[in-house]
Write a protein that binds this ligand. Sequence first.
Ligand code: PEP
Length: 265
Amino acid sequence: MSQRAMWVVGNWKQNHLPEAALTTARAIADGLAGANGGVHRVHVGVAPPYLSIAAARTACRPISDLWLFAQDVAAQDAGAHTGEVGPAMIAQAGCAGSIVGHSERRADFGDTDALVRRKLHATLGAGLHAILCVGERLEARDAGTHESVVISQLSAALSDLPLELVTARLILAYEPVWAIGTGRTATPEQAASMHRCIRGWLAERWSAAGADRSILYGGSVKPDNAGALVAAGDIDGFLVGGASLEAPSLLAIVRATASAPSHTP
Ligand code: PEP
């Protein structure tokens, strides 16, 4: 796979009990199987709640193009950590990796920059994909400090990561907090500009190899705005919340993403 692949990943959050997860994942997998060639250059995944991962996985068998992710992951593999699910466990459950540092985890569950860093290192170190979420709050956007906020989150999570882990299975997601679940999307220019800033920061540290990462946008992405966002350039797909809960809207976002000019060889 090219380092800089196109992705659309649905974050189901605290939605979809096993039966609904199975039905929805099956409808997405069937939609992908029946789709035309262009759609197949987009990697499509869903992140069900832990309880529903096994059900969603049955929809992916025996062969499917649908990837499974966890929504969060512990920083350690095992031990006396009540309520935690670690990298080895999500791998065993069939996940290719996990979202790490989602703004809801940061705001509501005490995921500090330091904890996000530990989760990220544990996930990549276990050979899994990590979708690292970064993004500023509205106050920072209004104050014009959005780039420095995002760079400080990147720096805290990634600074001492060896190049081989950066280039292994790291995916980034720029998710402005003010756009998540609000119906207010970043404009294509705002999103593309932040993606260029993130890529520039990666290039400064790890040169071209480190900058060749997929950077997804997330924040009220819907079938009717995905095409314009991805056409802005430097946006390698989406992390999608609300619009990923129903197969038709997630598949429509995948088709819109597939229609973008290819960034990859
Ligand atoms: C998210 O939570 O990652 C997200 C992007 O949510 P929504 O698409 O609902 O804004």
